[in-house]
Write a protein of this length. Structure first.
Length: 383
């Protein structure tokens, strides 16, 4: 019996990245049996939940992926997939090269980041725009030569629809079952201590030092605590962060948990009062609708969030948070104090966020889009 071979390729993500593994691959398991992901991983071969995993070398920096890309190509060539589902501009290049060798293979490009903007921001200004244009041209060309594109928001849909007619919008919503059995252990802002939380990459452009400044101001008048959950962007940043916390004598106020399993992260979210999502004004943050926003909403938390276009659209639509100027510590502090003084409104914000998660902002509501795309590409129609 014909059984399509589905292969996910990624040069920069863990094989267990929630979008790739726990959402897309687990969903595809409902209609396909032969599912594989090739990704940077410590093991050469593994199998989890019926999904095969092949490990390739991890790149040392974003500018040194060639060993990873070569390994991706060799392993995918060996597997002879029916469909390749790739997740970065360099893995779509690998997929395109495989397609020239095996014309029958179908390629899906899953773009869930603003790659030209994020990659080029590390270059000096005189070269940044030129490199960004070159990446965009290359990405657009490759997209025009493959079968389908999957992406996460309307901005990216608008961009890629000019190069490819097969566009599937799959926002990075949380899975409903992760939060279905979790309920808040206590009412928002019902204790003397106010618990703030941030979940995600801990880095300077995602507000780690801004949050330290905010806690430094708030602790003068409020019994406040901040929990940070996520990997530090570098060891040097982690060292600088710890030094600042110690310098301002905030060790009892700021708790850094590092990376935690998802169930433990959710437990912390369910015990928090207010969520922080403070990112600076870099171009790649303007239009991204981060998973953090939707997870905060699922946890019934009011959100204090940077006033950037995509974030503004969500807050204005769902009315479950407060927009702030990232550069103004005073404005962020005032937002926290407003929610503390207006507990009823804070709780209603959290309730609205949870309601939108239940009705719209969950993976279950959009999973069928992915399955339909794959059925069309593989001519499979299974229940």
């Amino acid at each position: 019996m014909y059984e399509p071979k589905i292969v996910f390729l990624t040069s920069g993500h863990s094989p267990f990245t929630p979008r790739l593994f726990h959402k897309e691959l687990i969903s595809l398991r409902k209609i396909f049996r032969d599912l594989t992901i090739i990704a940077p991983y410590d093991k050469l071969r593994d199998s989890v939940d019926g999904i095969s995993i092949y490990g390739v070398p991890k790149y040392k920096s974003r500018y040194n992926r060639w060993a990873t890309l070569s390994a991706l190509y060799r392993k995918a060539r060996e597997l002879r997939p029916t469909v390749i589902h790739c997740h970065e501009p360099d893995s779509i290049l690998v997929s395109f090269l495989l397609k020239t060798r095996f014309p029958q293979v179908k390629v899906i490009y899953d773009c869930h980041e603003f790659h030209p903007q994020s990659f080029t921001e590390h270059f000096p200004n005189p070269f940044r725009n030129l490199i960004k244009i070159l990446i965009e041209i290359t990405e657009n060309y490759l997209v025009s030569r493959i079968e389908a594109v999957v992406t996460v928001n309307d901005r990216l849909v608008e961009r890629f629809s000019k190069q490819n007619e097969s566009i599937t919008l799959l926002p990075n919503y949380p899975k409903k079952d992760i939060f279905r059995n979790e309920r808040r252990k206590r009412t928002i802002l019902s204790t003397d201590t106010v618990h703030l939380i941030y979940v995600g990459l801990v880095s300077s452009d995602r507000g780690v030092f801004r949050m330290v400044e905010v806690i430094r101001e708030l602790e003068k008048s409020v019994d406040i605590k901040l929990t940070l959950i996520g990997k530090c962007s570098s060891e040097s940043l982690k060292k600088e962060f710890i030094q600042k916390v110690n310098k301002f004598k905030l060790r009892k106020k700021i708790q850094y948990m590092g990376h935690l399993p998802h169930n433990e992260t959710i437990e912390h979210l369910m015990n928090a009062d207010i969520a922080l999502f403070l990112v600076n004004n870099k171009e790649r943050y303007h239009w991204g609708e981060s998973t953090k926003y939707f997870e905060y909403s699922a946890a019934s938390l009011p959100i204090i969030i940077s006033d950037l276009p995509a974030k503004r659209s969500l807050i204005e639509k769902n009315k479950n948070g407060i927009l702030v100027n990232y550069d103004s510590v005073e404005e962020i502090v005032n937002a926290v104090q407003y929610l503390i003084k207006n507990k009823g409104e804070a709780r209603m914000m959290g309730g609205r966020g949870r309601s939108f998660f239940e009705s719209h902002y969950n993976w279950d509501a959009i999973e069928s889009r992915l399955l339909t795309l794959y059925k069309n590409l593989t001519s499979v129609n299974r229940s």
